[in-house]
Design a protein around this ligand. Structure first.
Ligand code: CTP
Length: 406
Protein backbone atom coordinates (compact mmCIF):
# COMPACT_ATOMS: atom_id res chain seq x y z
CA UNK A 1 0.00 0.00 0.00
CA UNK A 2 1.34 3.43 -0.94
CA UNK A 3 2.12 5.41 2.23
CA UNK A 4 -0.13 8.33 1.21
CA UNK A 5 -3.12 5.98 0.82
CA UNK A 6 -2.66 4.01 4.06
CA UNK A 7 -5.63 5.56 5.88
CA UNK A 8 -7.06 3.71 8.89
CA UNK A 9 -10.27 4.22 10.84
CA UNK A 10 -11.66 6.99 8.63
CA UNK A 11 -15.23 6.22 9.71
CA UNK A 12 -17.60 3.25 9.78
CA UNK A 13 -16.71 -0.25 10.88
CA UNK A 14 -17.96 -2.55 8.14
CA UNK A 15 -18.04 -2.48 4.36
CA UNK A 16 -19.98 -4.91 2.16
CA UNK A 17 -18.48 -5.91 -1.19
CA UNK A 18 -20.75 -7.07 -4.04
CA UNK A 19 -19.05 -9.06 -6.80
CA UNK A 20 -20.64 -9.59 -10.23
CA UNK A 21 -19.79 -11.81 -13.17
CA UNK A 22 -16.87 -10.33 -15.13
CA UNK A 23 -13.39 -11.52 -15.91
CA UNK A 24 -12.28 -8.64 -13.67
CA UNK A 25 -13.42 -10.58 -10.56
CA UNK A 26 -9.89 -11.91 -10.21
CA UNK A 27 -8.94 -8.45 -8.89
CA UNK A 28 -11.77 -8.18 -6.33
CA UNK A 29 -10.20 -10.29 -3.52
CA UNK A 30 -7.38 -7.74 -3.26
CA UNK A 31 -9.96 -5.13 -2.27
CA UNK A 32 -10.91 -7.19 0.79
CA UNK A 33 -7.31 -7.00 2.02
CA UNK A 34 -7.02 -3.28 1.38
CA UNK A 35 -10.14 -2.43 3.36
CA UNK A 36 -9.15 -4.79 6.16
CA UNK A 37 -5.80 -2.99 6.33
CA UNK A 38 -7.81 0.24 6.72
CA UNK A 39 -9.36 -1.23 9.89
CA UNK A 40 -12.66 -2.39 8.39
CA UNK A 41 -14.59 -5.62 8.68
CA UNK A 42 -15.56 -6.80 5.19
CA UNK A 43 -18.39 -9.09 4.07
CA UNK A 44 -19.18 -10.07 0.48
CA UNK A 45 -21.88 -11.30 -1.87
CA UNK A 46 -21.01 -13.15 -5.07
CA UNK A 47 -23.70 -13.23 -7.73
CA UNK A 48 -24.29 -16.58 -9.51
CA UNK A 49 -22.37 -15.19 -12.54
CA UNK A 50 -19.43 -14.13 -10.34
CA UNK A 51 -19.26 -17.69 -9.00
CA UNK A 52 -18.62 -18.93 -12.54
CA UNK A 53 -15.32 -17.00 -12.42
CA UNK A 54 -14.26 -17.28 -8.76
CA UNK A 55 -15.27 -19.24 -5.67
CA UNK A 56 -16.58 -17.87 -2.36
CA UNK A 57 -13.72 -19.71 -0.66
CA UNK A 58 -11.22 -17.17 -2.00
CA UNK A 59 -13.04 -14.34 -0.24
CA UNK A 60 -13.66 -16.36 2.93
CA UNK A 61 -10.00 -17.40 3.10
CA UNK A 62 -9.00 -13.72 2.97
CA UNK A 63 -11.23 -13.05 5.96
CA UNK A 64 -14.42 -11.74 4.34
CA UNK A 65 -17.31 -12.80 6.59
CA UNK A 66 -19.98 -13.66 5.91
CA UNK A 67 -19.73 -14.49 2.21
CA UNK A 68 -23.25 -14.72 0.73
CA UNK A 69 -23.81 -16.80 -2.36
CA UNK A 70 -27.37 -18.08 -2.31
CA UNK A 71 -30.64 -16.48 -3.25
CA UNK A 72 -32.57 -15.11 -0.27
CA UNK A 73 -35.09 -17.97 -0.39
CA UNK A 74 -32.44 -20.71 -0.48
CA UNK A 75 -32.55 -22.96 2.62
CA UNK A 76 -28.71 -23.08 2.51
CA UNK A 77 -28.42 -19.30 3.03
CA UNK A 78 -26.52 -18.32 6.24
CA UNK A 79 -29.57 -16.45 7.54
CA UNK A 80 -33.17 -16.08 6.39
CA UNK A 81 -32.46 -12.35 6.30
CA UNK A 82 -29.43 -12.49 4.00
CA UNK A 83 -31.18 -9.98 1.73
CA UNK A 84 -31.36 -7.44 4.60
CA UNK A 85 -28.34 -8.14 6.73
CA UNK A 86 -25.62 -6.09 4.95
CA UNK A 87 -27.87 -3.03 5.06
CA UNK A 88 -28.28 -3.47 8.81
CA UNK A 89 -24.65 -3.90 9.75
CA UNK A 90 -22.45 -2.34 7.03
CA UNK A 91 -22.15 1.39 6.42
CA UNK A 92 -21.05 1.19 2.75
CA UNK A 93 -21.79 -1.15 -0.15
CA UNK A 94 -19.23 -1.29 -2.96
CA UNK A 95 -20.07 -3.37 -6.04
CA UNK A 96 -16.83 -4.19 -7.87
CA UNK A 97 -16.89 -5.33 -10.56
CA UNK A 98 -20.44 -4.16 -11.27
CA UNK A 99 -21.92 -5.82 -14.37
CA UNK A 100 -24.37 -4.21 -16.80
CA UNK A 101 -27.04 -6.62 -15.55
CA UNK A 102 -26.62 -5.69 -11.88
CA UNK A 103 -26.48 -1.98 -12.72
CA UNK A 104 -29.79 -2.40 -14.60
CA UNK A 105 -31.32 -4.25 -11.64
CA UNK A 106 -30.22 -1.51 -9.24
CA UNK A 107 -31.53 1.25 -11.51
CA UNK A 108 -34.92 -0.44 -11.74
CA UNK A 109 -35.09 -1.64 -8.13
CA UNK A 110 -35.51 -5.14 -9.51
CA UNK A 111 -34.83 -7.42 -6.54
CA UNK A 112 -34.66 -10.78 -8.31
CA UNK A 113 -31.15 -11.68 -7.12
CA UNK A 114 -29.60 -11.60 -3.66
CA UNK A 115 -27.11 -8.77 -4.36
CA UNK A 116 -29.83 -6.62 -5.96
CA UNK A 117 -32.05 -7.25 -2.93
CA UNK A 118 -29.26 -6.28 -0.56
CA UNK A 119 -28.65 -3.10 -2.56
CA UNK A 120 -32.34 -2.22 -2.41
CA UNK A 121 -32.37 -2.71 1.36
CA UNK A 122 -29.08 -0.85 1.86
CA UNK A 123 -29.29 2.30 3.95
CA UNK A 124 -25.68 3.50 3.66
CA UNK A 125 -23.73 4.89 0.73
CA UNK A 126 -23.53 2.73 -2.42
CA UNK A 127 -20.55 2.75 -4.80
CA UNK A 128 -20.34 0.91 -8.13
CA UNK A 129 -17.16 0.15 -10.06
CA UNK A 130 -18.41 -1.10 -13.44
CA UNK A 131 -16.50 -3.48 -15.71
CA UNK A 132 -17.83 -4.60 -19.08
CA UNK A 133 -17.30 -4.58 -22.83
CA UNK A 134 -16.95 -0.98 -24.17
CA UNK A 135 -20.05 -1.32 -26.39
CA UNK A 136 -22.10 -2.42 -23.37
CA UNK A 137 -20.72 0.49 -21.30
CA UNK A 138 -21.54 3.00 -24.05
CA UNK A 139 -25.00 1.60 -24.79
CA UNK A 140 -27.74 4.16 -24.11
CA UNK A 141 -29.43 1.69 -21.72
CA UNK A 142 -26.31 1.44 -19.55
CA UNK A 143 -25.69 5.20 -19.77
CA UNK A 144 -29.26 5.86 -18.61
CA UNK A 145 -29.02 3.29 -15.79
CA UNK A 146 -25.74 4.77 -14.54
CA UNK A 147 -27.21 8.29 -14.70
CA UNK A 148 -30.20 7.11 -12.66
CA UNK A 149 -27.93 5.61 -10.01
CA UNK A 150 -25.82 8.78 -9.87
CA UNK A 151 -28.94 10.90 -9.45
CA UNK A 152 -29.81 8.80 -6.40
CA UNK A 153 -26.44 9.52 -4.81
CA UNK A 154 -24.63 6.36 -5.87
CA UNK A 155 -20.90 7.02 -6.45
CA UNK A 156 -19.51 5.65 -9.71
CA UNK A 157 -15.86 4.69 -10.10
CA UNK A 158 -15.52 5.15 -13.86
CA UNK A 159 -14.08 2.17 -15.73
CA UNK A 160 -10.65 2.63 -17.25
CA UNK A 161 -9.80 2.87 -20.94
CA UNK A 162 -7.65 0.51 -22.93
CA UNK A 163 -7.73 -3.05 -24.17
CA UNK A 164 -10.47 -5.15 -22.58
CA UNK A 165 -10.35 -8.93 -22.05
CA UNK A 166 -12.55 -9.43 -25.13
CA UNK A 167 -9.83 -7.81 -27.26
CA UNK A 168 -11.63 -4.53 -27.93
CA UNK A 169 -10.29 -1.05 -27.21
CA UNK A 170 -12.29 1.48 -25.25
CA UNK A 171 -13.72 2.28 -21.85
CA UNK A 172 -14.84 -0.69 -19.81
CA UNK A 173 -11.94 -2.11 -17.80
CA UNK A 174 -12.37 -2.27 -14.04
CA UNK A 175 -10.84 0.91 -12.57
CA UNK A 176 -7.51 1.00 -10.77
CA UNK A 177 -8.02 -0.79 -7.43
CA UNK A 178 -6.66 2.27 -5.60
CA UNK A 179 -9.63 4.26 -6.94
CA UNK A 180 -12.10 1.62 -5.74
CA UNK A 181 -10.38 1.29 -2.36
CA UNK A 182 -10.54 5.05 -1.82
CA UNK A 183 -14.14 5.32 -3.07
CA UNK A 184 -15.06 2.79 -0.37
CA UNK A 185 -13.27 4.87 2.28
CA UNK A 186 -14.86 8.09 1.00
CA UNK A 187 -18.28 6.47 1.36
CA UNK A 188 -17.48 5.90 5.04
CA UNK A 189 -15.57 9.07 5.92
CA UNK A 190 -17.27 12.07 7.52
CA UNK A 191 -18.08 14.58 4.78
CA UNK A 192 -17.10 17.47 7.02
CA UNK A 193 -15.14 19.22 4.25
CA UNK A 194 -17.93 19.09 1.69
CA UNK A 195 -18.27 22.44 -0.07
CA UNK A 196 -14.66 23.45 0.68
CA UNK A 197 -11.98 23.87 -1.98
CA UNK A 198 -8.48 23.08 -0.72
CA UNK A 199 -5.21 23.73 -2.51
CA UNK A 200 -2.20 21.58 -1.64
CA UNK A 201 1.35 22.11 -2.91
CA UNK A 202 3.51 19.00 -2.74
CA UNK A 203 6.75 17.36 -3.69
CA UNK A 204 10.07 18.93 -4.64
CA UNK A 205 10.70 21.43 -7.36
CA UNK A 206 13.41 20.97 -9.97
CA UNK A 207 15.49 23.93 -11.05
CA UNK A 208 17.28 23.36 -14.34
CA UNK A 209 20.79 24.61 -14.91
CA UNK A 210 21.32 23.33 -18.45
CA UNK A 211 19.24 21.15 -20.77
CA UNK A 212 20.06 18.11 -18.62
CA UNK A 213 21.12 18.96 -15.07
CA UNK A 214 19.00 20.32 -12.26
CA UNK A 215 19.02 21.27 -8.56
CA UNK A 216 16.43 19.61 -6.33
CA UNK A 217 15.89 17.77 -3.01
CA UNK A 218 14.69 14.25 -2.04
CA UNK A 219 11.10 15.16 -1.12
CA UNK A 220 8.71 12.40 -2.26
CA UNK A 221 5.49 14.41 -1.86
CA UNK A 222 4.03 11.71 0.43
CA UNK A 223 2.94 14.15 3.16
CA UNK A 224 1.21 16.50 0.71
CA UNK A 225 -0.39 13.61 -1.16
CA UNK A 226 -1.77 12.31 2.16
CA UNK A 227 -3.24 15.76 2.89
CA UNK A 228 -4.77 15.97 -0.60
CA UNK A 229 -6.33 12.50 -0.35
CA UNK A 230 -7.55 13.07 3.24
CA UNK A 231 -9.32 16.29 2.22
CA UNK A 232 -10.87 14.53 -0.78
CA UNK A 233 -12.04 11.60 1.37
CA UNK A 234 -13.74 14.14 3.65
CA UNK A 235 -15.67 15.64 0.76
CA UNK A 236 -13.49 18.62 -0.24
CA UNK A 237 -12.70 19.64 -3.80
CA UNK A 238 -8.91 19.41 -3.99
CA UNK A 239 -6.47 21.21 -6.28
CA UNK A 240 -3.06 19.55 -6.02
CA UNK A 241 -0.06 21.46 -7.36
CA UNK A 242 2.49 18.69 -7.78
CA UNK A 243 6.24 18.87 -8.22
CA UNK A 244 8.07 16.18 -10.21
CA UNK A 245 7.89 12.56 -9.05
CA UNK A 246 4.97 13.09 -6.67
CA UNK A 247 2.67 10.11 -6.04
CA UNK A 248 -0.43 8.90 -7.83
CA UNK A 249 -3.63 10.69 -6.81
CA UNK A 250 -7.25 9.63 -7.39
CA UNK A 251 -8.99 11.03 -10.46
CA UNK A 252 -11.32 13.07 -8.23
CA UNK A 253 -8.42 15.36 -7.30
CA UNK A 254 -7.54 18.08 -9.80
CA UNK A 255 -3.83 17.68 -10.46
CA UNK A 256 -1.53 20.42 -11.78
CA UNK A 257 1.90 19.01 -12.61
CA UNK A 258 4.76 21.47 -12.56
CA UNK A 259 8.55 21.30 -12.54
CA UNK A 260 10.13 24.49 -11.20
CA UNK A 261 9.36 26.81 -8.26
CA UNK A 262 8.24 29.52 -10.66
CA UNK A 263 5.85 27.13 -12.42
CA UNK A 264 4.55 26.02 -9.01
CA UNK A 265 3.90 29.63 -8.06
CA UNK A 266 2.07 30.31 -11.34
CA UNK A 267 -0.12 27.19 -10.99
CA UNK A 268 -0.84 27.85 -7.30
CA UNK A 269 -1.60 31.53 -7.93
CA UNK A 270 -4.13 30.61 -10.60
CA UNK A 271 -6.16 28.30 -8.34
CA UNK A 272 -5.66 30.10 -5.00
CA UNK A 273 -8.39 32.77 -5.42
CA UNK A 274 -11.06 30.06 -5.68
CA UNK A 275 -9.82 28.15 -2.61
CA UNK A 276 -10.91 28.25 1.03
CA UNK A 277 -7.58 26.99 2.34
CA UNK A 278 -4.06 26.25 1.16
CA UNK A 279 -1.80 23.58 2.63
CA UNK A 280 1.74 24.26 1.52
CA UNK A 281 3.69 21.04 1.95
CA UNK A 282 6.01 21.41 -1.06
CA UNK A 283 9.76 21.36 -0.51
CA UNK A 284 10.29 24.27 -2.87
CA UNK A 285 13.86 24.93 -3.95
CA UNK A 286 14.71 28.32 -2.47
CA UNK A 287 17.33 28.98 -5.15
CA UNK A 288 17.80 28.23 -8.83
CA UNK A 289 21.16 27.78 -10.51
CA UNK A 290 21.67 30.50 -13.10
CA UNK A 291 22.68 28.85 -16.35
CA UNK A 292 25.28 30.51 -18.54
CA UNK A 293 22.99 31.97 -21.20
CA UNK A 294 24.48 29.96 -24.04
CA UNK A 295 23.85 26.67 -22.17
CA UNK A 296 20.25 27.05 -21.02
CA UNK A 297 18.78 24.43 -23.36
CA UNK A 298 21.93 22.55 -24.30
CA UNK A 299 24.02 19.96 -22.57
CA UNK A 300 27.01 21.61 -20.92
CA UNK A 301 30.02 19.64 -22.19
CA UNK A 302 33.15 18.61 -20.29
CA UNK A 303 35.12 20.56 -22.83
CA UNK A 304 33.18 23.72 -21.86
CA UNK A 305 34.99 23.84 -18.48
CA UNK A 306 38.14 21.73 -18.48
CA UNK A 307 39.27 23.33 -15.18
CA UNK A 308 35.90 23.12 -13.40
CA UNK A 309 33.40 25.91 -12.85
CA UNK A 310 31.33 27.71 -10.26
CA UNK A 311 27.53 27.96 -10.25
CA UNK A 312 25.65 31.08 -9.26
CA UNK A 313 22.26 30.73 -7.62
CA UNK A 314 19.41 33.23 -7.69
CA UNK A 315 16.55 33.27 -5.13
CA UNK A 316 13.17 31.76 -6.03
CA UNK A 317 9.84 33.25 -5.02
CA UNK A 318 8.39 32.07 -1.70
CA UNK A 319 5.06 30.61 -2.82
CA UNK A 320 3.43 30.43 0.61
CA UNK A 321 4.52 33.93 1.58
CA UNK A 322 3.44 35.42 -1.75
CA UNK A 323 -0.05 33.89 -1.62
CA UNK A 324 -0.57 34.40 2.13
CA UNK A 325 0.36 38.09 1.82
CA UNK A 326 -2.70 39.09 -0.20
CA UNK A 327 -5.22 36.49 0.82
CA UNK A 328 -8.81 37.17 1.74
CA UNK A 329 -9.60 37.06 5.47
CA UNK A 330 -11.66 33.89 5.00
CA UNK A 331 -8.78 31.97 3.38
CA UNK A 332 -6.77 29.74 5.74
CA UNK A 333 -3.08 29.03 5.24
CA UNK A 334 -1.18 26.01 6.59
CA UNK A 335 2.58 25.95 6.20
CA UNK A 336 5.09 23.19 6.77
CA UNK A 337 8.61 23.54 8.09
CA UNK A 338 11.46 21.10 7.51
CA UNK A 339 14.34 21.80 9.88
CA UNK A 340 17.65 20.23 10.79
CA UNK A 341 17.55 21.75 14.32
CA UNK A 342 15.66 24.24 16.49
CA UNK A 343 12.28 22.90 15.37
CA UNK A 344 9.97 24.66 17.79
CA UNK A 345 11.54 28.13 17.42
CA UNK A 346 11.52 27.77 13.62
CA UNK A 347 7.87 26.73 13.56
CA UNK A 348 6.92 29.72 15.73
CA UNK A 349 9.07 31.99 13.57
CA UNK A 350 7.58 30.77 10.29
CA UNK A 351 4.06 31.15 11.66
CA UNK A 352 4.75 34.88 11.96
CA UNK A 353 7.11 35.49 9.02
CA UNK A 354 4.86 33.62 6.56
CA UNK A 355 1.59 35.00 8.02
CA UNK A 356 0.25 31.42 8.28
CA UNK A 357 -2.67 30.29 10.42
CA UNK A 358 -0.89 27.08 11.31
CA UNK A 359 2.56 25.55 10.77
CA UNK A 360 3.41 21.85 10.95
CA UNK A 361 7.12 21.24 11.45
CA UNK A 362 9.35 18.22 11.49
CA UNK A 363 13.05 17.53 11.73
CA UNK A 364 14.36 16.36 8.36
CA UNK A 365 15.62 13.12 9.93
CA UNK A 366 12.08 12.37 11.22
CA UNK A 367 10.06 12.84 8.06
CA UNK A 368 11.85 13.16 4.73
CA UNK A 369 11.35 10.09 2.54
CA UNK A 370 9.47 8.18 5.28
CA UNK A 371 5.93 6.81 5.65
CA UNK A 372 5.50 8.40 9.07
CA UNK A 373 6.39 11.62 10.79
CA UNK A 374 6.94 13.21 14.21
CA UNK A 375 5.68 16.77 14.10
CA UNK A 376 5.36 19.90 16.18
CA UNK A 377 2.27 21.97 15.34
CA UNK A 378 1.53 25.56 16.25
CA UNK A 379 -1.25 27.91 15.26
CA UNK A 380 -1.75 31.66 15.29
CA UNK A 381 -3.97 31.50 18.39
CA UNK A 382 -1.01 30.22 20.41
CA UNK A 383 -2.07 26.59 20.53
CA UNK A 384 0.91 24.22 20.27
CA UNK A 385 1.15 20.42 20.24
CA UNK A 386 3.80 17.79 19.68
CA UNK A 387 2.41 14.67 18.05
CA UNK A 388 4.25 11.43 18.74
CA UNK A 389 5.16 9.39 15.69
CA UNK A 390 2.17 8.99 13.37
CA UNK A 391 1.68 7.75 9.83
CA UNK A 392 1.65 10.64 7.35
CA UNK A 393 -1.99 9.81 6.66
CA UNK A 394 -2.61 10.17 10.42
CA UNK A 395 -0.85 13.56 10.48
CA UNK A 396 -2.89 14.67 7.44
CA UNK A 397 -6.19 13.66 9.03
CA UNK A 398 -5.42 15.40 12.32
CA UNK A 399 -4.19 18.62 10.79
CA UNK A 400 -7.34 18.91 8.69
CA UNK A 401 -9.46 18.38 11.83
CA UNK A 402 -7.46 21.13 13.53
CA UNK A 403 -7.91 23.41 10.54
CA UNK A 404 -11.69 22.81 10.55
CA UNK A 405 -11.89 23.61 14.25
CA UNK A 406 -10.30 27.06 13.81
N1 CTP B 1 7.71 27.51 0.87
C1 CTP B 1 7.20 28.02 -0.31
N2 CTP B 1 8.03 28.54 -1.25
C2 CTP B 1 9.36 28.59 -1.05
C3 CTP B 1 9.90 28.07 0.15
C4 CTP B 1 9.04 27.53 1.08
O1 CTP B 1 5.97 27.97 -0.50
N3 CTP B 1 10.16 29.10 -1.98
C5 CTP B 1 6.81 26.99 1.89
C6 CTP B 1 6.92 25.49 2.10
O2 CTP B 1 6.04 24.79 1.27
C7 CTP B 1 6.58 25.37 3.57
C8 CTP B 1 7.07 26.65 4.17
O3 CTP B 1 7.17 27.58 3.11
O4 CTP B 1 5.18 25.35 3.78
C9 CTP B 1 8.40 26.55 4.87
O5 CTP B 1 9.34 25.94 4.03
P1 CTP B 1 10.80 25.59 4.56
O6 CTP B 1 11.57 24.95 3.44
O7 CTP B 1 10.71 24.88 5.87
O8 CTP B 1 11.39 27.00 4.90
P2 CTP B 1 11.91 28.16 4.00
O9 CTP B 1 10.86 29.19 3.91
O10 CTP B 1 12.41 27.63 2.69
O11 CTP B 1 13.10 28.76 4.85
P3 CTP B 1 14.48 28.02 5.30
O12 CTP B 1 14.85 27.11 4.17
O13 CTP B 1 15.42 29.13 5.48
O14 CTP B 1 14.17 27.29 6.58
Amino acid sequence: MDAHLAFRDVGGTRLHLGVCGSVAVYRAPDLVRRWQDAGLAVSATLTPSAQKFITPLTFAALGAAPVYTAAFDDPQAPTPFAHLEPGQVAQALVIAPASAATIARLAQGQADELLACQALAFRGKVVIAPAMNPAMWNHPATRANVATLRSRGCAVVEPGCGRTACGEEGQGRLADLREIHLAGLRALAPQDMEGLRIMVTLGPTREHWDGLRFWTNPSTGTMGAAVAVAAWLRGATVEAVCGPGTPWLPAGIVRHDVVSARQMLDAAASVWPSCDAGVFTAAVADFSPVPPSEHADKKFKKSDAPDGFGVRFAPNPDILKTLAADRRPDQKVVGFAAESQGLEESVRGKLVSKKADMVVGNLIRDGFGMADNTVFVADASGREERWTRLSKTGVAWRLLSWLLSR
